[in-house]
Design a binder for this molecule. Structure first.
Ligand SMILES: NC(=O)c1ccc[n+]([C@@H]2O[C@H](COP(=O)([O-])OP(=O)(O)OC[C@H]3O[C@@H](n4cnc5c(N)ncnc54)[C@H](O)[C@@H]3O)[C@@H](O)[C@H]2O)c1
Length: 246
């Protein structure tokens, strides 16, 4: 492991679920904001890495399934070693699961949605914390409006997994504040990404009458990772076009 970062050294961010969609936009946004970025996903990350490098920024790919505690730890240890430490972790890996009733919910689907969205978030944070604690750092976890309002269109397990992410972030903010770590969540409303595409959803229930763009969630993550967010911890930031106003 490395020691404290020098003043002029580039900060390093790891973003999970960054092969596509919101995670890819966050990785690009953090790179544009000056962080070296590790793009972590269970899928091939070459496209996101390529677009960050094409913009003249620093990026590397890492492949791991966030459900696999040992694999995600090995990937984050290696990324931290390569990046000279770790300053920012964004957990964005997630799956939607079946759109089903509670009566038809299967064990396999429940296990996979909780496994990726909730356990995967916790394993990733667990792996990153020893690195983040070395000089204070930021954790941003992508939750969902479904974790706020139970979800309108998603299955019962998806909203439960995201509500768990929000609660976990609050726990994390309290327990890691003494180590100089700020932890926040983002709760996006419906965002136009591969997760939503092809489902025939409309934006009728969204007061702004449109789906969000991945870049609109990335902007929130970039802010939460920035010096300007230095007194913000334990919050869940809604970015949902008005679809939940708490
Ligand atoms: N799109 C939306 O409307 C919306 C709304 C609210 C919250 N979210 C959340 O935002 C996050 C990103 O969603 P998206 O819309 O970009 O979806 P997406 O399907 O486009 O991207 C999800 C990414 O997570 C990766 N991933 C899935 N399982 C993984 C695993 N086990 N290990 C590592 N990586 C894994 C996928 O390979 C993919 O690259 C998710 O957590 C999702 O729940 C999305």
């Amino acid at each position: 492991m490395t020691g404290p970062r020098e003043q002029d050294q580039q900060t390093h961010a790891v973003v999970t679920g960054a092969a596509q969609g919101i995670g890819a936009a966050i990785a690009v946004g953090l790179a544009d904001a000056g962080h070296a970025v590790t793009v972590l996903d269970v899928k091939d990350t070459a496209e996101t890495v390529r677009s960050i490098k094409a913009a003249g920024h620093s990026a590397a790919g890492a492949q791991a399934d966030v459900r696999d505690r040992d694999a995600v730890r090995a990937a984050i240890d290696a990324a931290s070693e390569r990046g000279g430490g770790l300053d920012v972790l964004v957990t964005c890996a997630g799956i939607y699961g079946a759109v089903t009733t509670i009566d038809e919910l299967t064990q396999a689907d429940l296990d996979s949605v909780l496994g990726v969205n909730l356990a995967g978030t916790i394993w990733t944070v667990q792996a990153a914390l020893p690195h983040l604690r070395r000089r204070g750092g930021r954790v941003v976890c992508v939750g969902s409006v479904a974790g706020r309002n139970g979800g309108l269109l998603s299955g019962p397990h998806y909203g439960a997994s995201k509500g768990g992410v929000h609660a976990f972030v609050r726990w994390l903010a309290k327990t890691e504040a003494g180590n100089g770590i700020l932890a926040n969540a983002i709760a996006p409303g419906p965002i136009d990404t591969p997760m939503l595409q092809g489902r025939g959803y409309t934006a009728d229930a969204v007061p702004l009458r449109r789906f969000g763009r991945a870049e609109e969630i990335a902007a929130v993550a970039v802010f939460l990772a920035s010096p300007g967010a230095s007194y913000i911890t334990g919050t869940v930031v809604d970015a949902n076009g008005g679809s939940f106003i708490g």
